[in-house]
Design a protein around this ligand. Structure first.
Ligand SMILES: Cc1cc2nc3c(=O)[nH]c(=O)nc-3n(C[C@H](O)[C@H](O)[C@H](O)COP(=O)(O)O)c2cc1C
Length: 375
C-alpha cells in the first residue's frame, strides 16, 4: 500500500487524515498514516500549544498542517483587529440569528462564557485570510516534525511557496476542479488533494469518482494526487489508488472516533444522520460547506433571510449560535460539517480500529480484483 508520496513523507500507509483534533492527528500518525491538523480555526497561540502537544506524543513521526488561504475574502476583514471583526457583523444579521434562537427557546450563554467563546471564535476566524494563514505558518515552521503544509480555498501565494520550499516542506493544495489543479501546479505545489463534492467542509460540485481521474490526467505524473471526499472504507482506498491517486485524504470518518473532541451529544447527531442529511449550505462560513442540515441551517435558506455574509463574518456569527445550540443540546438545530459518508458511520470506534478495518477491506478488495484477472 506504500506509495512514492508515503516514502517521500516517511509514513507507511497512504491514509491522510484531516482533523482539527490533535488526538486524531496523533492516533492516525502512530497507526502508520499521516495526520494533518486543520489549523484554520486556531489563533497562532492556540496552534503553538497544539503543535507542541503533537510533537510530544507522535514519537518523532512526521505530520502535517492545513491552513485556509482563500482567493476570495473580505479585504476589510483582513485588516481588522479581532475586536473590529466582531463589530463588522451587521445588526440585521445579528438580529435574525438572535430571533431564530429566541423563537426556538435556546438560552443565551452565561456572560463570561459568551465572551470567552466569542474571543476564541474571532481569533480563530482571523486566521482564515492570507495574512492570518501566514501567521499560522510562522508557528508551524518552528516545528520540524511538520513535513507537509496544505492550503485550502486557493493556491499558496509565491512568498509562502518559497518559504516552505526553502524548509523542504511538501506543499499541498485542495482542489475541486481540474482547472484548479493546473493553477496549483503553476503555483508550484507538490501534492494536489482532489476533493469531490461528497466531502464534508468547503466543497465543490464534482464527484470524487469523476474528479480524481481528471486531476490525475491534468497532473500528468508531475505532482502527486490524493483522493478526498466520500472515502471511509478500504475498498474505496483500493479504487482511488486504481484511479491513479497516491493516497486518500479523509475527514468525516474521524469525527466519530473515540479520539475526536466532539462531545457525545454531537457524535449522537452524526450517528443518526443519513447520507442525504449532509447537504451543501453557506450558513456556516459564507462559502458552500457540506454539513448536517438542521433547522438553523435551513432558516438561512428561506425567502426573507438576510444574504450570507462574506468569510470570515458569517462564520463568527454562526459559531456563536452553534455554541449556544451545543450547550442546550438541541439536535434539531445542530449543524456540523460532515460528508456523505456520515450515513455509513453508526458507532464510535478508535482511530486504530478504523485504520485496521480500512487495511483489511483494502486487502479484500485487491483479492477480489486479483481473482478476476486470474479467471
Ligand atoms: C469538520 C470538517 C472540517 C473541515 N475543515 C477543513 C479545513 O479547515 N481545511 C481543509 O482543507 N479542509 C477541511 N475539510 C475537508 C477535509 O480536508 C477533507 O477534504 C474532507 O473531509 C474529505 O471528505 P470526507 O469528509 O468525505 O472524508 C473539513 C472537513 C470536515 C469534515
Amino acid at each position: 500500500m506504500q506509495t512514492p508520496l508515503c516514502r517521500r513523507l516517511g509514513c507507511e500507509l497512504p491514509i491522510f487524515a484531516f482533523s482539527h483534533c490533535r488526538d486524531v492527528v496523533v492516533a492516525v500518525t502512530k497507526a502508520g498514516g499521516f495526520g494533518v491538523l486543520g489549523a484554520a480555526t486556531f489563533s497562532p497561540q492556540q496552534l503553538e500549544a497544539e503543535l507542541r502537544w503533537i510533537d510530544d506524543h507522535v514519537d518523532g513521526r512526521p505530520y502535517g498542517v492545513d491552513v485556509i488561504i482563500p482567493t476570495a475574502y473580505d479585504k476589510q476583514a483582513e485588516e481588522a483587529s479581532a475586536e473590529d471583526l466582531a463589530a463588522m457583523i451587521p445588526s440585521e444579521h445579528r438580529a435574525f440569528m438572535d430571533r431564530l434562537l429566541a423563537d426556538a427557546k435556546v438560552p443565551p450563554l452565561p456572560d463570561g462564557e459568551r465572551e470567552r467563546i466569542t474571543r476564541e471564535i474571532v481569533e480563530g476566524r482571523g486566521s482564515m485570510t492570507p495574512d492570518g494563514a501566514r501567521r499560522l505558518l510562522a508557528v508551524a515552521l518552528e516545528h520540524p516534525q511538520v513535513k507537509m503544509v496544505v492550503s485550502a480555498l486557493g493556491s499558496p501565494p509565491p512568498d509562502v511557496i518559497a518559504l516552505l520550499r526553502e524548509r523542504g516542506i511538501v506543499i499541498g493544495a485542495m482542489c475541486g476542479k481540474a482547472e484548479h489543479a493546473a493553477r496549483h501546479m503553476q503555483a508550484g505545489v507538490d501534492v494536489i488533494v482532489a476533493q469531490g463534492t461528497e466531502a464534508g467542509g468547503h466543497t465543490g460540485e464534482i464527484a470524487t469518482m469523476v474528479l480524481v481521474p481528471q486531476v490525475v490526467e491534468a497532473c500528468a505524473g508531475k505532482v502527486a494526487v490524493l483522493a478526498a471526499g466520500g472515502i471511509a472504507r478500504g475498498s474505496q482506498i483500493a479504487a482511488c489508488l486504481a484511479l491513479g491517486a497516491q493516497g486518500v485524504w479523509c475527514g468525516t470518518v474521524w469525527l466519530c472516533t473515540r479520539e475526536s473532541e466532539l462531545d457525545p451529544f454531537e457524535k449522537e447527531v452524526l450517528f443518526e444522520a443519513r447520507t442525504e442529511d449532509a447537504v451543501r449550505r453557506k450558513a456556516r462560513t459564507g462559502k458552500t460547506v457540506r454539513m448536517i442540515r438542521s433547522q438553523l441551517s435551513e432558516a438561512w435558506e428561506q425567502p426573507g433571510a438576510p444574504a450570507y455574509l462574506p468569510t470570515p463574518l458569517q462564520g463568527i456569527l454562526y459559531n456563536e449560535a452553534h455554541a449556544r445550540v451545543v450547550k442546550a443540546r438541541r439536535k434539531e438545530l445542530y449543524s456540523f460539517p460532515a460528508g456523505q459518508v456520515v450515513g455509513m458511520i453508526r458507532e464510535e470506534s478508535s482511530v486504530k480500529d478504523v485504520m485496521l478495518r480500512m487495511q483489511m477491506e483494502y486487502l479484500e478488495a485487491v483479492e477480489r480484483l486479483q481473482a478476476l484477472t486470474q479467471e
